[in-house]
Design a protein around this ligand. Structure first.
Ligand SMILES: [Zn+2]
Ligand SMILES: [Zn+2]
Length: 441
């Protein structure tokens, strides 16, 4: 496989003399299998130059566009992607969703009359739209495994296998927890979703990973949905990858600042048992990825506690919190996604409601009157009703959560954590991804 970077910047394009070496365009990567299968990853402003390059050939373009999520820095190049305007081109466009084609509405929205002179209906190419959930599918000779990332929008990361080689693209993603803090490089994370993320990366020849921030930035950036560089390096060490290319560069970092990040990353990895090659993504850079054709196909274990079941429409979410303002904030966020919401202000009432109308997911505060969150977790996990035993429980915690509390909550049966102050966008994305995981595919 061959990978070429057309856009390496996160959040907003930053062209100019200070970003000449690493690039100013937002996310866009071209991936080519040896048989010519074309996959474009994200459609930020970098897609403009890629589109011109593709459209300059004489043959019609058959391509596949995989959009990890629909934040602007991943879709703004779509209305300017030349092959979409060629009548003999064929494109399959994929993005996360539950079969409702909401992402198609997002792409059309940014081309509405108020924002764009060209409507989405003016695309001349044959364009097919596909929603994606977590799973495995094939595009030509390339096997694609998708995996939910932790970001304030429904977001998927991608793992590609072809020609005996494997490439992972994981943008944008925030660790589910930073624990253990101050551990040696390559120490396994405490949170099982972070361990599952490492499993998704394991053994990849090339990992292209979000690293917009550093651990020093992180107190200010918690909940923004990005990885501190040191953690991306830890993941690459644990995954025993050959090469980590970090990307989604912050618009506030110039070329010299990114050079300094390369130095920081290499220093962080030095002394680890496995030290991968580490570099920062550069616009215009091409990387050839050779693999091993005898390698068995990759499989990502399913979260075994969450078996598929019949969808209940609309899904019911139970909010358990004794703070009425928090309940209102969460209710408002979830109702925007068409969910049916129940709420309880104490532990006893939570169990009573859950037994009367078993929810598809529970948001659970740790500190509650009558029974605390841990007790509620333990009680639910020992219920007779399988739906209550298996229901995803997202625990709401404060910033002062200790590593021991996190471990204790997992032992009690928690599924995942959301840290206060709560960002409604992160709650919506997290709830959607957990609900999609529990529905049949
Ligand atoms: Zn982004
Ligand atoms: Zn984003």
């Amino acid at each position: 496989m061959k990978v070429r970077f057309w856009g390496t910047r996160g959040s907003i394009a930053k062209p100019g003399p200070s970003t000449l070496r690493y690039g100013g365009n937002t996310s866009c990567v071209e991936l080519r299998a040896d048989d010519g299968t074309l996959i474009v990853l994200d459609c930020g402003t970098g897609a403009h130059a890629l589109g011109l390059s593709l459209a300059s050939g004489s043959a019609p373009v058959r391509g596949n566009l995989l959009i990890g999520h629909t934040h602007w820095d991943h879709i703004q190049g779509f209305p300017f992607f030349a092959p979409l305007f060629e009548a003999d081109s064929t494109w399959s466009v994929y993005a996360p969703g539950a079969g409702d084609h909401k992402f198609q509405a997002s792409l059309a929205g940014q081309m509405a009359y108020e924002y764009s002179p060209i409507n989405i209906d003016a695309l001349h190419a044959e364009v097919r739209y596909h929603d994606m959930v977590e799973g495995v599918f094939e595009i030509g000779s390339v096997r694609v495994t998708t995996h939910y990332l932790h970001h304030p929008a429904l977001t998927l990361g991608f793992r590609f296998e072809a020609d005996g080689a494997s490439v992972v693209y994981a943008c944008d993603h925030e660790p589910h927890s930073l624990y253990p803090l101050d551990a040696a490089p390559g120490t396994a994370p405490v949170h099982h979703e972070d361990r599952r993320h490492v499993e998704f990366l394991a053994g990849a020849d090339l990992i292209i990973h979000d690293a917009q921030y550093t651990m020093d930035d992180f107190p200010e950036k918690l909940g923004w949905g990005h990885t501190p560089l040191e953690r991306a390096v830890d993941y690459a060490i644990l995954a025993r990858t050959r090469h980590l290319v970090f990307t989604h560069h912050d618009p506030e970092r110039d070329d010299d600042a990114i050079d300094a990040l390369c130095k920081l990353a290499r220093e962080h990895a030095s002394g680890a048992e496995h030290v991968p090659e580490i570099s920062a993504a550069q616009e215009g850079q091409t990387i050839g990825v050779a693999g091993d054709s005898a390698r068995p196909p990759f499989t990502l274990s399913k979260p075994s506690a969450f078996p598929s079941r019949e969808p209940r429409k609309p899904a019911t979410v139970l909010i358990v919190d004794d703070d009425p303002d928090m309940v209102l904030l969460l209710e408002t966020a979830l109702r925007a996604d068409g969910l049916h919401v129940l709420s309880a202000g104490d532990g006893d009432r939570a169990l009573e409601l859950a037994r009367a109308e078993p929810p598809s997911l529970i948001l659970l505060d740790m500190h509650l009157p009558t029974r605390d969150g841990m007790e509620v977790c333990r009680a639910l996990r020992s219920e007779q009703d399988a739906q209550l035993r298996d229901v995803p429980i997202l625990v709401l915690t404060g910033r002062k959560l200790k590593e021991t509390d996190l471990v204790a909550a997992f032992v009690a049966g928690a599924t995942d954590f959301l840290t206060k102050p709560i960002k409604p966008t992160l709650v919506r994305a997290c709830v959607r991804s957990w609900l999609l995981r529990t529905l049949p595919q």
